[in-house]
Design a protein around this ligand. Sequence first.
Ligand code: SF4
Ligand SMILES: [Zn+2]
Ligand SMILES: [Zn+2]
Length: 316
Amino acid sequence: MKCSYCSRDAVYYQRYAGKHLCRKHFTAFFEKKVRATIKKYRMIETGDRVAIALSGGKDSVTLTKVLMELYGDRRDLEFVAVTIDEGIEGYREKTLKIAREVTRSVGIEHYVASFENNFSAKLDEIVKVGEKLPCSYCGVFRKYLLNKSARNLSASKLATAHNLDDESQTILMNFINADIDRLARLIPQRDQEGLVRRIKPFMELYEKEVVTYGFLKNYPMSFDECPYSYFPVRAVVRDFIYEFEQKYPGRKISILRSLEKLSNGLKITNPQIELYKCEICGEPTSQKLCQACKLVNELKVKINIRHNEDLSLTKS
Ligand code: SF4
Ligand SMILES: [Zn+2]
Ligand SMILES: [Zn+2]
């Protein structure tokens, strides 16, 4: 099949646009979309120091590489990468190695915050005693450490590799669960003390597009799945959206646009609340205790887990 814009062979079919794209035109489309998304949501601005959440998986590697390719020469911007080492044997070591290689190749500093050094327990130990799904613990501790690390590194933004597939699933899940507060939190309203603003430069790109770009650029890609990955509800929603998209291309984007259209109303009905400081650790929270401290309290009767007051962040 030939490219819709030139006589070269196509490498990607964009079903929602009905376009076949060659390597050159696909790459140009992808980079233009990243730039446009960053500009549209004012994700990166003069003076920003951006902390990139780099797990070492395919999406975050592509994010790091493309941000550095598009913005790395800008003297008014700084970039740094942070990896959270949850302590998952046989899985995280490999992606940590990739993360190190990638940060070296693009010439930015790389820091690692581990569950072991910050909570005195690895995820492998937590899942043995925890009653919740592994991701419920991991997600909370990881988010907590990412924010604290980014703040500690004086970052003004925290970039994550969430793509359109992730975003459309999250939006629909919140609708299905009637969790409108959580839905409203997806819309950036204003910066809150102690929270580094999150940015998602891939939020308007399909996961397939992110992977294709990484492949075409020959980036190191790990497709290993976390051994604990098990999201029963999200998996159902993901499959539903996938089938819907197959029949009616472009639906993932319409889910995102629906939220955008609702955003002005949601800002009024569900305004951002003031955050408190957690009574135990002082991190920002909407309740007396932050989620991480609540989980530590739940787990500490079963294992030796504690909350180390000072952040342990290792330069790799
Ligand atoms: S899949 Fe779950 S347990 Fe594994 S790294 Fe992601 S959040 Fe953590
Ligand atoms: Zn072309
Ligand atoms: Zn706390």
